[in-house]
Design a protein around this ligand. Sequence first.
Ligand code: XIL
Length: 627
Amino acid sequence: MEPFYSVAARRILPATLICISVALTACNSSNSSEPATGTDPDPDLSVSTPAPAADDEPILEDALFNTASGFVVTREPGPRLVVAEEAADLTDADFDLGLPAAVVQVPDGLDTSVNQAPFFANLQNQDVLAGEILEIVYRPEDPDGGLPGMFPEKLPQGGSFVDNFDGSKTFRWQPLQADVGINRFTVTAVDAENGQYRVSQPLLIRVSLPADLTSIPNVAPELDTIEPHYVRVNDPVVIELKGIDLNGSIPSIEAVDLPVGATLTQDPRFEEIYVLKFVPVETGLASVDVIVRDSVDSSLTTEETVSVSVLSADDFEHTGQPLRELAANRNIQIGFAALQSFYHRPDGAIYAHVAAREYDIVTPENSLKMDYINPEPGRYQFAATDNLVAFARQNDMTVHGHPLIWYRQVPDWVLNAEAGSRELHMTDFITRIMSRYQNDISIWDVVNEPMDDNGELRDSVWLESMGESYIATALQSARDVSPQATLLINEFDISMAGPKFDGLMSLVDRLQAQSVPLDGIGFQMHLFSSYDQFDALRQNFAAVADKGLDIYITELDVSLDGDDSLEDQASAYRQIMEICLQQPNCKAVQTWGLTDQYSFRTIYDPLLFDRSYQAKPAYFAVQETLQ
Ligand code: XIL
């Protein structure tokens, strides 16, 4: 434990702090005595980029930081990926352009020559110092008369938007150090006659530091929001607590009264994160009180309670046989997409238990995507995928790799590389990633989402630089690495008749005419419960099978539509399962996620398990169909 802590603290903390807002090359060179792992400071992107190096290899993680049991957890050797959100930041040049244009939403059928849009007169961008109070009165006007309504899109922390009861509202905000920079604030005006006729007016607020920093009030820090979680009694619970201080300093966190055996430790890599770990031994609400303390004025504190709901082991069991046992009898595989690093979530242990009990095939939801696994030329982040592979091996699951080549989640360095070099980066990537996981991952979505809605090839950096041949080249490179792997093209919105499916089938014909290796088609199937194209689905499966290809349902989820019930959702799952079982070439059904808690469509509760890991009617429908 000791060497791990001190190495990480010396090497990683300063680098993370420096790298967050500056360009990476600058960061590397300013830190030249300790270069970022495996990264060439100024790579020539027209040639092959550096292959993974020993420095990219994950290192063992202390069990303190995870909920895993039975498989080893590693972490990245370097800092966690700094997500490029900062890149989208507004600049002084944006500010100087003046008030950004308003966005008008016109409902279908509305005649804008008869009913004109409401607007805000006399608004302008605002310059303000941190610590000053900014007040802006919003008074929407409607050329047709009447009193338009209004609401703010999102209030900044500490801001208010108060009704003056005279047709105006006042936005009031005291920005602090953490707000320095250019902030966007948007208010939407709503037409007096038609509530769907709306005008969203953004305004930019430039916050600068005053000469006298003591003029800025110091406010008490807070704890970042923690979502509710359900856990199983006697399982380890890990909760990452993050202190937030609007003054821009990093608060410390202390426990008031730690339960026996619990620990609260500052994360060695990230100063603002504290890791609380404990094992609840009884059911009910398990709570720990913590104090978040200001780092400048230690008398400024906030006390908060951190809780999880603890259920008994029986609460997580259900009737009937697990899906994987039933599926095996029917000669198909059943699986899910795994939340990245689920073992770092409070409910990681029950997540692993339910996944291992039910499923025999798993896809990493994000950790193989190019922008994550190869974020910079010559830097690779393998830990999340390695951990999932270890979990799969432990539980006798197949791993389905996703995706090798996609138009989204492509790292900036590839987007910015010369078009002529992208083929090399593509084949390098396929070769390196597939070789690394040669013995672990047997099915690959080699090309993801190549078609657009009209059945043409979708615009992408890959199409742009290589034309249609990128698809054949990608598939052939994949086959060169692995003669045995199952190679798929994965696509969405192909569970109905239409130009997109037809376009995909024509692509398959062209590939087959050139003897390009391809073993199957992945049907994503992100559906709504109103979905009723079952005949078309059956026909599309048959068309794929007729070409000698296998069918994988790769990303199934059924979002609840309007007033639809859980039974309606179950019915969609049931019919899809039946269609797969009737088609001999349908090899696997995987849902996109395990529990509604973490679904990428979480607001629509689309999966088989709810937020407390209870099997939903949809689960029992799948179970019955497999029986
Ligand atoms: C989604 C993930 O679920 C999200 O967590 C991520 O933010 C974006 O990507 N089709 C695909 C998947 O092929 O990779 C997408 O996954 C969902 C749509």
